[in-house]
Design a protein around this ligand. Structure first.
Ligand SMILES: C[S@@+](CC[C@H](N)C(=O)[O-])C[C@H]1O[C@@H](n2cnc3c(N)ncnc32)[C@H](O)[C@@H]1O
Length: 168
């Protein structure tokens, strides 16, 4: 269950994950991936990732979606309050789908509908030593219609499985 108070104290941990993603994928690659693109961030929270992109001068046209009211108040990025499993967007409305630490409560199907063909999904899910295999499998199973471009783990204060995938 998402708790805004705990989440706020988690900001630095989230930031370390973003830095690892940037270091592993490369800043130039991320710039090329996001610049000028229409991006949907499912479960955007308070928009920490978007703040990180801004600091790194990576500019995209991002819309967030979150079911939490407090996120809407704190997030500086345009945000729609809603359920990530019933998206109020047209088919293929986005170039990139982002989901950082929210994919565990997202079902397959609707997110894929709103991503353009040849568009990308950048997804992370946290895991521990007992849930690693299941997390990896769940994430990959949900990516129906996508091919995985690269996948890697981040071992920080919280471990993450990260997938960059491309819609066929
Ligand atoms: C752990 S936070 C991660 C926030 C942010 N992506 C980040 O990088 O810090 C998970 C977020 O997903 C949202 N969320 C989870 N399931 C959702 C759903 N089905 N629909 C909309 N938002 C959801 C929660 O409200 C919460 O803001």
């Amino acid at each position: 269950m998402f708790s805004p108070k705990i989440y706020e104290s988690w900001k630095d941990i989230q930031r370390q994950k973003y830095e690892s993603i940037l270091n592993i994928l490369g800043k130039d690659f991320l710039k090329g991936l996001f610049s000028g693109k229409r991006v949907l961030d499912l479960g955007i929270g308070f928009g920490y990732f978007e703040g990180f992109l801004e600091e790194n001068k990576i500019k995209a046209r991002i819309i967030g979606l979150d079911r939490d009211q407090e996120a809407a108040q704190k997030c500086k990025v345009p945000l729609i309050i809603g359920n990530a499993n019933r998206l109020p967007f047209k088919n293929e409305a986005f170039d990139i789908l982002l989901s950082i630490d929210s994919f565990h409560s997202i079902k397959s199907g609707d997110f894929s509908r709103v991503v353009k063909k040849k568009g990308f999904a950048l997804i992370t899910m946290f895991f521990n030593d007992y849930t690693y295999e299941k997390t990896r499998q769940d994430l990959e199973d949900k990516l129906v219609g996508f091919e995985i471009v690269c996948a890697f783990e981040i071992r920080g204060k919280e471990s993450e499985y990260v997938v960059l995938a491309r819609k066929r």
